[in-house]
Design a protein around this ligand. Structure first.
Ligand code: LLP
Length: 416
């Protein structure tokens, strides 16, 4: 097998004892492949983020909730955030204890709140009305509230979750109303949280968000924890040597801000962060077959089986993912050329990489879409009645293990 363009995966020995051609032969295409070592490394990196105050990492499982990956994250000592009863259900199966799960609900029903609280899982509410609802269901209990301090950040407008133009959180100005509802239902606010948005590489907005949240925290006297949110970015442009997020610099700034605040608050408070992408994006690659190469009105299209039912990010957010090329034949690429890599879905927006300069690609090559571990499989669908792919883990020993089977045609009619 030729690694035509594969510097990133070769440097990390991503495929262990295997190679992409063999993996596709064995498991079919398209295929999500994850590397256990990289996942564990990212868990360990982020666990070192805050030094001094008590600190815990709550993995935001919406990024990837494969059971095998959740088990590894649990094994690394992280806790977890859930966004739905479905996520809670899977997290419990993965071995997380109810007290290790925080249910961060958005516009949830009474039944959903009960599903969590009846199992001893803390619920974070993100509006006054949801706080009322929670109080009616569970008076005299502990609760968490999500605030929107007016600070937002993110790689695309659709994923900025803090600030004046988003549906999330309770505006800080409503703190008196929050206190009234707490009193009315004898609730104890033991934690507050926020999430300003997804994917920042520059940490200034995160720090401003933290400071704003700490100002909110100072107005409540019995907090046990303050959850600062996720959003830590990863370099998607690895072939252009994009630098990594400077976690050491962030750690230094953040640890100081938190330590100073705890000293003022006068009570030990545990801090949490909620990273999703940072833990799982780089441990995942999406492999796909190339079935067609054609030129339409001077654009060269590389037609693959990676439709946006399999990876939605490029279509939804115009997101960039680096592409690698693997080849089973001895054919040689003569030059670099600009190509547009597309999927097999019946929409013209079904583009994985537009106008990308790459070594000449041939039919039957395999492409690898890098950094696909976060919001890849978790956002996959059956659009066009396509099947969701299999997922394979390359273990610490370099072996391959199937961690979710490919869907079958029968799965498409299973619910009738
Ligand atoms: N906490 C809360 C409350 C969240 O809503 C999210 C993500 C996170 C934490 C984790 O954010 P992260 O560390 O992964 O940035 N589908 C989009 C990202 C959507 C993020 C939604 N919320 C994408 O593919 O870029």
């Amino acid at each position: 097998m030729q690694y035509v363009q594969a510097k990133v995966t070769q440097q990390t020995n991503f495929y262990g004892k295997h190679n992409p051609v063999d993996l596709i032969k064995k498991y079919g295409s398209p295929l999500y492949v994850y590397n256990e070592r990289i996942l564990r490394e990212r868990c360990r990196d982020i666990k070192k983020l805050v030094k001094g105050p008590d600190f815990i990492v709550n993995y935001s499982a919406k990024a990837n909730s494969n059971l095998a990956l959740l088990k590894i994250i649990h094994d690394e000592g992280c806790c977890v955030d859930a966004m739905s009863p479905g996520e809670i259900y899977v997290q419990l199966q993965a071995g997380f204890k109810p007290e290790q799960i925080l249910y961060i609900g958005n516009n949830v029903s009474a039944e959903e709140m009960k599903y969590a609280s009846n199992q001893g899982i803390l619920v974070s509410v993100d509006s006054l009305s949801q706080l009322e609802l929670y109080g009616k269901i569970n008076p005299h209990s502990n609760v968490v509230a999500r605030f929107n301090t007016g600070v937002g950040a993110g790689h695309h407008q659709k994923v900025v979750t803090g600030g004046k133009k988003t549906k999330f959180g309770i505006e800080s100005a409503f703190i008196p109303e929050v206190k009234d509802i707490l009193k009315k239902y004898h609730l104890r606010l033991i934690g507050i949280n926020q999430h300003i948005g997804s994917l920042f590489m520059d940490t200034d907005s995160y720090i401003s968000g933290v400071q704003a949240l700490l100002d909110v925290a100072a107005q409540f006297s019995n907090l046990e924890f303050v959850d600062l949110g996720g959003g830590f970015g990863i370099p998607y442009h690895k072939y252009q040597n994009e630098p990594r997020l400077d976690l050491a610099a962030l750690s230094e700034k953040l640890s100081k801000v938190l330590t100073d605040w705890v000293n003022e608050y006068g009570k030990q408070v545990r801090f949490k962060v909620e990273p999703g992408r940072y833990l799982v994006a780089e441990c995942g690659i999406l492999l796909g077959n190339i079935h067609t190469i054609k030129t339409n009105y001077s654009t060269k299209y590389i037609g693959t089986d990676i439709g946006f039912n399999v990876l939605m990010r490029p279509v939804l957010y115009n997101s960039y993912h680096d592409i690698e090329i693997y080849r089973s034949s001895n054919a040689q690429s003569r030059n670099q050329e600009a190509v547009t890599i597309v999927g097999n879905i019946c929409e013209s927006g079904d583009i994985i990489a537009e106008d990308r300069k790459l070594p000449e690609i041939f039919e039957e090559d395999i492409i690898g879409v890098l950094d696909a571990g976060a919001y890849g499989y978790s956002m996959a669908s059956n659009y066009n009645n396509r099947l969701r792919p299999a997922e394979v883990l390359i273990t610490n020993h370099g072996d391959d293990v199937l961690i979710r089977r490919r869907e079958t045609l029968e799965d498409l009619v299973r619910h009738y």
